[in-house]
Each structure stands twice: as C-alpha cells, then as structure tokens.
Ligand binder design. Structure first.
Ligand code: AHR
Length: 357
C-alpha cells in the first residue's frame, strides 16, 4: 500500500461481494456545494478505489458475512466527539450482527495506547486488526509486526502516511480533502458579495488526517485574497476544546465573520463562546462545520450553524464486509471512499426526524 498521498492505478482482481450496496436516504441535496454523491459503485471487479454509501444516517445494507469463526481487534481513537460515539456503536453492533468476537480498545486520544493495543492484539493472535489511526505518522513499526505475524490490517476512518507498502489491506473512510473543499465552496457562495472576510479555524487533533486534509481542502477552494484566516488552532475535536479556543479567538480578534470548524462538536463549543460574548452565532458570526451528527444538525436547524458537510461514522457494516472478504482470501479495493452529502438549514430540518446519529 503506497503512501495515502499516492493513488494506485492498477485494477485489482475480482471481488465476489458487493461493497456497501445500499441506497442513501440523504436529507441533503447532493448537488450543492460541490457534493459528488453519485450512485454507489457496485462492480464485479475490484477497482483500486471505490465509493460506497454508508452515509446520511442509514447503515449500509450490504450482505452481512458470517464472522463467527473469527476474532477481530479494533483499536478506537477515543470518545472525543458525537461522531466517535456513533462510530463505536456502528462497529460494535455490526461485529455482533456478523457474530465476530470483537476485542475493542479505546486509546483515549493517545497514539502510544493505540500502538499498545495493536501489539496486544498481535500477542493474542487475533485474526484481523482494524483501527482508526489517531495521527497519520508513526505506524510503520507496529504494522510491520502485524504483517510479520500474518495478521491482516484494515484502516477505518483515518489514513496513515507511510512510505512502506503493504502495511494494510484497505482503507475505508471519507475523503477529508473533499469535505474541506465542500465547506470552502459554501463559504465562497455565502460571502460572494463581501469585500473582506475574517475567518477563524478550529482544527481537529494536530497531525490527524481529518485536520490536515480538511485544512488543505478548504484552502484549495477559498483562494480569493478577500478571505483572511486570522487565527487557526486545534480544539482537538472536542466541544470543550472548541469553546476554549473560540473564547481566545474572540478576545484577540474583534471582527470575526466566519468560523470554520473541523467538526460539529468544536462548532457547538464555539457557539457557547460566541453567545457568552453577547453575539448571535449564525448571524453575527457564520459557522460551517463537518460531521452532521444530531446535535450539530439541531444547531443548524436552529440557525446557529449555517452549513454542515457530512462525514459518516456508520462504517461498521462495510468494515465487516471487508473483513469477511479479507479473511476469506478475496482481493479488496485499496481504498473505499464513503459517499457523503451536505446540509443547509432546510435540509437539516427535513433530515432530523430520521437521523440515526
Ligand atoms: O476522523 C473523523 C473525525 O474524528 C470526525 O470528524 C470527528 O468528529 C472525530 O473526532
């Protein structure tokens, strides 16, 4: 597997299963703000990259494999956000449905703890390891140990950045650069008539794939010099972090027009700070976030957030499908990209009653 920055062009061997073959019940309009939510790609041949619909609040409804003969070790990031809680639930429920013996660990945001978990999975002799890397770098040694032990690895949610090849079988998760671009496209439209726009950025965990890629995607499209990112700092994907950083931003930057937050939780923390400063979130200061978890969608429906780019946490069913394929010796795509949409206020109001997370 090459570095995540490179894309393999080779077409892989045939797949005997269909990845994420489900309809999306999106409440959002996939046509706006650059969303590319096309139909789920379902093909008999396994391409190097495929797009699968796990998003929009509905679990993917593909075939659930029988994994009752297998033990899967899953090393989770932590419980930093509503997104993570929904992701954990999706993985645990899907493993139970598939009958897999799931050994689940929570690293509480610490890479050393996640590395220790993976080492302990290797010692236990699990059949497959899956994990969501807290940060992009620093995985080569432990993943080489897994490879030498003959234990296949699947990355979910977040990528690693490595020059090593073949450290993992596949990477299932969102295109974070595209998410940042979708946020940026909305910003360009929203501020089309403005002469000058002061932006503050609440970044996710430093060194994590979503923080790096969402910053890159945003900057790819918000290129007009009238936009000035006056402050950018990590809030570590937490509500508390978002609130604290926003309080500091408000003190040092009297005229903020826009908050770009890497997730809903930090946006929700920013709302608290903005209200405490006597300002009206969504009006005095516009807010765009990523995730579309329930609390974020409620704030969008209430007009406190202005736009949300969806990032689906419902990766469990597809992870089990991929695990089943890997464990039965099938070739899987190197990359499975989650299909996602975007939400404005009316779309959030429409989607909330059936939103699953
Ligand atoms: O890796 C996905 C990100 O991690 C989500 O956007 C964020 O909420 C979570 O903590």
């Amino acid at each position: 597997m090459p570095s995540k920055k490179t894309r393999a062009g080779a077409v892989l061997a045939a797949l005997a299963f269909v990845l994420g073959a489900c309809g999306s019940d999106s409440g959002g309009d996939s046509g706006d703000a650059g969303s590319d939510s096309g139909a789920t790609e379902t093909t008999a041949a396994a391409p190097a990259e495929t797009t699968a619909a796990a998003a929009s609040g509905s679990e993917a409804a593909g075939e659930v494999p029988d994994l009752s003969a297998y033990t899967i070790g899953f090393a989770q990031v932590g419980a930093e956000s509503g997104w993570r809680t929904a992701n954990t639930k999706s993985i645990q429920e899907s493993a139970a449905t598939a009958g897999a013996d799931l050994v689940f660990t929570d690293a509480q945001g610490k890479q050393e703890a996640q590395v220790d978990s993976i080492r302990s999975f290797i010692e236990q002799g699990v059949d497959l390891i899956a994990f969501s890397p807290i940060v992009e770098t620093g995985w080569d040694a432990v993943l080489l140990e897994a490879k030498e032990a003959g234990i296949p690895v699947i990355l979910t949610d977040r990528a690693i950045d490595s020059e090593e090849t073949d450290l993992y079988k596949t990477f299932l998760g969102s295109d974070f650069i595209l998410e940042g671009e979708k946020a940026g496209e909305w910003v360009n439209q929203e501020f089309a008539d403005a002469d000058s726009v002061k932006v503050v950025e609440l970044q996710g965990t430093t060194g994590s794939a979503p923080a790096l890629d969402r910053a890159e995607g945003f900057r790819n499209v918000v290129t007009d010099p009238k936009f000035e990112i006056v402050a950018s700092q990590t809030g570590d994907f937490t509500r508390e972090g978002g609130k604290k950083v926003m309080e500091a931003f408000l003190q040092s930057n009297p005229e903020i027009d826009l908050v770009y937050a890497d997730n809903d939780d930090m946006g929700l923390g920013a709302i608290e700070a903005i209200e405490a400063a006597g300002l009206t979130p969504g009006t005095d200061i516009k807010i765009v976030t990523v995730d579309a978890v329930h609390d974020g969608m409620q704030a969008l429906a209430d007009g406190k957030i202005n736009f949300i780019v969806e990032c689906s946490p419902l990766l469990g069913p597809q992870l089990m499908e991929l695990a089943g394929a890997v464990l039965s010796g099938q070739t899987v795509p190197e990359r499975v990209v989650t299909e996602e949409t975007t939400f404005d206020q009316q779309q959030a109001i429409a989607a909330l009653p059936t939103r699953q997370y």
